[in-house]
Design a protein around this ligand. Structure first.
Ligand SMILES: [Zn+2]
Length: 395
């Protein structure tokens, strides 16, 4: 752990000096606060630097680029799940570093990235774009699921027999696992890893995925601007990629410093997720000393509006977590708000009247009668329709 932290400090000092000297935004901000790069002598000193919000980042993209030109630099674009897409330049070495970080995670499962793999990534393909996509897939030795139609699914399952790993949207992995079991399709036998990305892995997914794929669904956590933040080890712990990022937890929010990106330095950036870190003294059986990210508890985003007060959408996480822990009730949920003081809960599973009562009890515990709510069960998936967030406010 100490070796890792020494390495982080060394990288941080280089990064901060570089940012101060070549990035106008940081130079101006830190000058205003009377901070220079020489103020960073320990990892804790990082706290002297101001936090960069997503709003500030988006408004100052030009001023956040380094004036230093790198031999090879590429355009990077974030998918903008919250509607705010970000475009920036990333140098080649940062790109390679990130690929290496992913490769390291794969190696824990004995997987080489170029091995035959199944990919789950959205359905919007038609005509020419489907041909192009297929060509790109061949180059990467992967195949993907294009729809849940019977023929498509059967072909996909046939290919799965030869695949060594699958990866992509967690909801699609789950949906496919469910259909393999329902339709009694052949189960893959050679999979070494099932990796969910970009979406929340609901507790309700886990059993089904193991039954269908023979392996638990593991998670990779990261973002384009931060690089890989954490990767789950075979013992079920998400280890922070400490060589690549410094992670801080401030009032349950994740704050990221990317140690490998120099063209567009990301220093104390509030990524927009709620997280929980494990106490650093707790070690994992796998032997790695990297800090453990206990949980990504949700996207920071729209608040829930009650009649009297506002509430963080994080409450939904606790409501469903409690049901899973205390009542063994694992639900797949999606919640919408269209009116102040009103919530619509869509639950994918069929649940009994008693289970509805348990859910109501949890909801009341957090919102204390400040919202009225409607629970619709047995059709959540169609409502969620590939949406990444589990809560959407239309107010
Ligand atoms: Zn571990």
């Amino acid at each position: 752990m100490e070796a890792l932290q020494n390495y982080q400090l060394k990288q941080l000092k280089i990064l901060v000096k570089h940012a101060y000297e070549t990035v106008p935004y940081y130079k101006q901000k830190w000058d205003e606060l009377g901070i220079t790069s020489s103020h960073i002598q320990t990892l804790k000193d990082l706290e002297k630097l101001p936090v960069l919000t997503k709003k500030e980042l988006l408004a100052n993209v030009n001023y956040l680029h380094s004036s230093k030109e790198f031999k090879k630099q590429f355009n990077a674009v974030t998918s903008g799940t919250s509607g705010d897409s970000l475009k920036f330049l990333r140098e080649e070495s940062a790109d390679s570093f990130n690929r290496a970080s992913i490769k390291r995670g794969y190696s824990w499962y004995g997987v080489q990235p170029w091995e035959y793999n199944g990919y789950f990534w959205g359905f919007n393909f038609s005509g020419l774009s489907q041909v192009k996509t297929k060509l790109l897939d061949v180059l990467q030795n992967r195949f993907r699921l294009f729809s849940y139609e019977n023929d498509n699914l059967k072909t996909f399952c046939k290919k799965l027999q030869k695949a060594s790993y699958v990866h992509g949207y967690s909801s699609m992995i789950y949906q496919t696992a469910k259909m393999i079991l329902e339709k009694d399709l052949p189960k893959p036998t050679k999979l070494k890893m099932v990796k969910g990305t970009s979406e929340k892995i609901y507790e309700s997914y886990r059993d089904t995925v193991v039954k269908a794929f023979g392996k638990p669904i593991i998670s990779e956590y990261g973002a384009t601007e931060s690089g890989i933040i954490a990767f789950e080890c075979p013992y079920g712990n998400m280890h922070i990629n400490m060589e690549g990022v410094i992670v801080e937890e401030i009032e349950n929010r994740i704050v990221i410093t990317n140690l490998s990106l120099f063209k567009f330095p990301i220093i104390r950036y509030e990524l927009g997720d709620y997280i929980e870190l494990l106490d650093t003294s707790e070690l994992c059986t796998c032997g790695m000393k990297h800090t453990i990210l206990k949980e990504v508890t949700g996207r920071i985003g729209e608040a829930v509006r009650g009649v009297e007060n506002e509430y963080p959408s994080l409450y939904f996480y606790y409501i469903f977590k409690n049901l899973a822990t205390h009542n063994k009730l694992k639900l797949t949920y999606y919640i919408e708000q269209h009116k102040k003081g009103e919530l619509l809960f869509y639950i994918e599973e069929e649940i009994t009247t008693n289970q509805v009562k348990l859910l109501e009890k949890e909801i009341d515990k957090y919102f204390k009668g400040d919202v009225v709510y409607f629970i619709e069960k047995g059709n959540g998936e169609s409502k969620r329709n590939g949406k990444i967030k589990s809560f959407k406010s239309y107010i």
